[in-house]
Ligand binder design. Structure first.
Ligand SMILES: [Zn+2]
Length: 297
């Protein structure tokens, strides 16, 4: 496998876009648990990964966002945690390995689905076990870069980084979801960009940044890119996976209006600023990523 950091020293890389909306296009309903598709509809999962590789993406994200035992328990699937995560990583790595270009696979871990003490009733040791279990399964399936994403709590991220490092000698990336209030970017828990990145670097994160975001415009993401780069201060590569703009509500559903050309311009602006990994989150499609790829290469 190519060394990710050596590659990032010389170039920026495109990560992938949203998975959920692509699965809905393939028939997934709100009642379905998307991790079950890693086993029951693995061909569809692979097809979405393939569409992103064809678009020029060089980092795929395993379909395991809500794959912690805590999150799966709400669907009665906690006893299948290892199987579903392993299958998710495996579906992505098979597509990655078939690509003529080097393609890495993020072991995707989202918020575990509860709150740490004192806000909730989960103890740090318990959370370490939850994250270690999920990362172990993802590593067994072949994922080669750990990713903690859409995070808001630095304590949770710290434990996640520790878990990822216990599981393997692989790069560990973490991204927070920010909203903007009174001109300041903060996570849902109130953490600023500077505090989040300082803490993640202290805890040993190798790649830091942001994904998703609440009601952020494309210009907000440009400003966020500047703030992320300033906070990282050259100590680690920065990743940004923005949504396709701020959503509007249509019949109760979020609709994202940014076009592939809009996202291509945003990707160019991010890479010009020094962002090393740029991709997409909610509302982004293979068409968006293809335009971004053409723009930054
Ligand atoms: Zn998102």
């Amino acid at each position: 496998m190519h060394n990710l950091f050596e590659t990032l020293n010389t170039t920026s890389l495109l990560s992938d876009g949203a998975m959920g909306t692509q699965l809905i296009l393939r028939g997934m309903t709100p009642a379905d648990n998307s991790l079950l598709w890693n086993v029951d509809r693995s061909e569809d999962i692979a097809a979405v990964h393939q569409a992103y590789v064809d678009a020029g993406c060089r980092l795929l994200t395993s379909n395991t966002f809500q794959g912690s035992s805590t999150a799966l328990e709400m669907h009665g699937l906690a006893d299948r945690m290892s199987e579903l995560n392993r299958a998710g990583a495996s579906a992505a790595i098979q597509v990655a390995e078939a690509s003529p270009d080097p393609v890495w696979v993020f072991a995707d871990v989202g918020p575990f689905g509860g709150f740490l003490e004192p806000l909730g009733d989960t103890e740090p040791e318990e959370l370490l076990e939850i994250f270690t279990g999920q990362f172990t399964a993802l590593a067994a399936g072949g994922a080669n870069v750990a990713l903690l994403e859409t995070m808001s709590d630095p304590e949770e991220v710290g434990i996640g980084i520790q878990a990822a490092k216990q599981v393997g000698n692989w790069p560990v990336a973490c991204t927070y979801a920010y909203q903007k209030a009174n001109g300041v970017f903060r996570t849902m828990m109130g953490t600023t960009v500077e505090a989040a990145i300082d803490r993640a670097l202290e805890d040993g994160a190798d790649i830091v940044g942001a994904n998703c975001g609440t009601e952020l415009s494309l210009d907000d993401y440009r400003a966020l890119a500047d703030e992320l780069l300033k906070a990282a201060d050259g100590k680690a590569p920065v990743i940004l996976q923005p949504n396709a703009g701020a959503p509007r509500r249509e019949n109760g559903e979020a609709v994202y209006d940014a076009t592939p050309a809009d996202m291509a311009q945003l990707a160019t602006d991010c890479v010009d600023r020094g962002i090393k990994i740029v991709g997409g989150c909610c509302g982004t499609t293979p068409a968006h990523l293809a335009a971004m790829s053409t723009a930054i290469l």
